[in-house]
Design a binder for this molecule. Structure first.
Ligand SMILES: Nc1ncnc2c1ncn2[C@@H]1O[C@H](COP(=O)(O)OP(=O)(O)OP(=O)(O)O)[C@@H](O)[C@H]1O
Ligand SMILES: [Mg+2]
Length: 236
């Protein structure tokens, strides 16, 4: 039952999109997924309302700093992978969601290098380690990368992170219409209509590679219990 927290205190960095990409691909793989929607604006919950219900997916809405621990405990009992979508604020909710994670993914826009928000999350992770001896694995995932060109800004972003010994996922998230359109249409990225969404195949392929890389980073114990398939129960 791995818990993956998506965090960046910069708004619009791509947290919710990354959450949905990972959720969609895990659902395609037949795995059970719980998304904890801890953003008061509830983008994931709105997407879920547009989506047909499936027993594999549960979305827990309106989760705050007071309810996140109980929400994760409940989700752990359900089994599968738990994804936490956070708002952009830097507060106790962020600290708790990081503390509960098996892995923290920090989306950073490759072109804009909105690393300031990412750096705040990294600072919190460093404090947890130095003050409390709690080490939480984490990686930056570059987002909204223009798939056609490797921009100089992207190279600069990668170098900046490398110099600071911050792990950056090999597979970035490309800028794709599918990743934008899925919010308005509901359902998974894989269920979008290829006739309506340009380069849907490329978006799906990007999701497969990204999720392969993320799953390989998770502790073996956590992934074993996530892939074990208990009897399905109706989605919450
Ligand atoms: N890879 C992508 N391809 C296309 N559009 C994207 C991509 N990533 C993000 N976007 C778009 O950028 C905007 C911000 O993305 P998103 O909502 O995922 O960021 P966020 O970090 O969750 O923001 P917030 O801090 O406000 O919650 C959205 O309009 C989203 O559709
Ligand atoms: Mg968001």
């Amino acid at each position: 039952m791995p818990v993956i927290t998506f965090a960046n205190t910069k708004g619009g960095a791509g947290k919710t999109t990354a959450t949905l990409i990972v959720a969609s691909e895990l659902l395609r793989r037949g795995q059970r997924v719980t998304i904890i929607d801890a953003d008061p604006r509830g983008w994931i919950s709105r997407w879920h309302d547009l989506s047909g219900r499936t027993a594999q997916l549960s979305v827990m809405s309106g989760i705050s700093e007071d309810s996140i621990e109980a929400a994760v405990s409940k989700a752990r009992k359900r089994g599968g992978t738990i994804l936490i979508d956070l708002p952009s604020s830097q507060d106790a909710l962020l600290a708790k969601a990081i503390g509960l994670a098996d892995h923290v993914l920090i989306p950073v826009q490759g072109c804009a290098m909105d690393a300031a928000g990412g750096a705040e999350v990294l600072e919190l992770l460093r404090e947890l380690d130095e003050r409390c001896g709690i080490q939480i694995p984490h990686s930056v995932v570059l987002t909204r990368v223009n798939a056609a060109v490797t921009t100089r800004a992207l190279q600069a972003a990668k170098q900046f992170l490398e110099e600071r010994n911050i792990r950056t996922l090999k597979h970035a998230i490309a800028e794709r219409a599918a990743y934008r359109d899925v919010f308005g249409k509901g359902g998974t990225i894989q269920a979008l209509n290829a006739a309506e969404v340009s380069n849907l195949d490329k978006a799906i392929e990007n999701s497969v590679r990204l999720v392969d890389e993320i799953m390989a980073l998770l502790p073996e114990r956590a992934t074993r219990s996530a892939t074990r398939k208990p009897a399905l129960k109706a989605a919450a």
